[in-house]
Design a protein around this ligand. Sequence first.
Ligand SMILES: [Zn+2]
Length: 344
Amino acid sequence: MLNGFNQHFVASVVASSLFVITRFCSSSTMLQKEKLMKSTTHYIELGGNYQYWPVLVPRGIRLYTYEQIPVFLRDNPYITDGYRAYLPSRLCIKSLFILSNETVNIWSHLLGFLLFFTLGVYDMVSVLPAAGASREDYVIYSIGLFCFQLCMLCSVGFHLFSCHRSEKTCRRWMALDYAGISIGTLGCYVPGVFYAFYCNNYWRQVYLVTVLAMILAVFFAQIHPHYLNKQWQRLRSAMFCSVAGYGLIPTLHWVWLNGGFSSELVQAFIPRVLGMYVIAALAFVFYVSKVPERYFPGQLNYLGSSHQVWHVLLIVMFYWWHQSTLFILTYRHSHPCPDLITHT
Ligand SMILES: [Zn+2]
């Protein structure tokens, strides 16, 4: 039997234990609730065989349709859904791990960056020493690969932060993305001109200086406040084409200096230059035409859109050109320059 005091003591112990248990239970349910609230399931429409795809989206991030995003983000009406928007920097970075219509764009160039970084390390450690490279070769190769890496990173930055809530920030990243393409083009020209005119110091300097001046001019145009205006769209395309097309002048000059199309070196290297132009032209056509999503509006929001093809072709083009310059470097080291041309 319990006396009055003991009864009171037991009752208070039971009450406090019940209180602790209830608090514990309620706090654990609160935790669970909080966890559930932090990520909400979002059903996205993929089109084709996959009608709906459930995606866990962290709290604060949601996907919008083309009509719901701010006007300055509207660029491609054929991509109808899957847009991130109105986000602070922290959530822009977090959105790297969700499926949106920019996921493939971000990751393709992030992997592209890793590819050219690894390629750079491999070249420095193994390929260049085996080819008997000089200090100059190391510098030229580093410039080329560094430009490719920078181009990839600018693109990653733009696609990652294009959902930023501030229009100014978005536009800055967009300008950097365009500037990145100029840097990538420079990365193609420098090793190309350097090895093509390896035995002709005068023309090598002329073309390197003109290319540098042209790309700097485009670079400064790209950071001009009006550059991103819709009215300048044609001018942007024209600039891009003239920077790329300019390369035909040193190419034809190089063919002529090396004895025309019958020369062994020209026959070996010209298909590589033409291959480069075919990839670049194809990439540009996808970029401006918005094909294939133009014919399947809303069906290629997440995978298979023209900008994703443009990204992949850009990596293929840089890789192709890197291998081509490696070919001409090896050729130059195994075929010394004829004296006659070296000193002109
Ligand atoms: Zn892009």
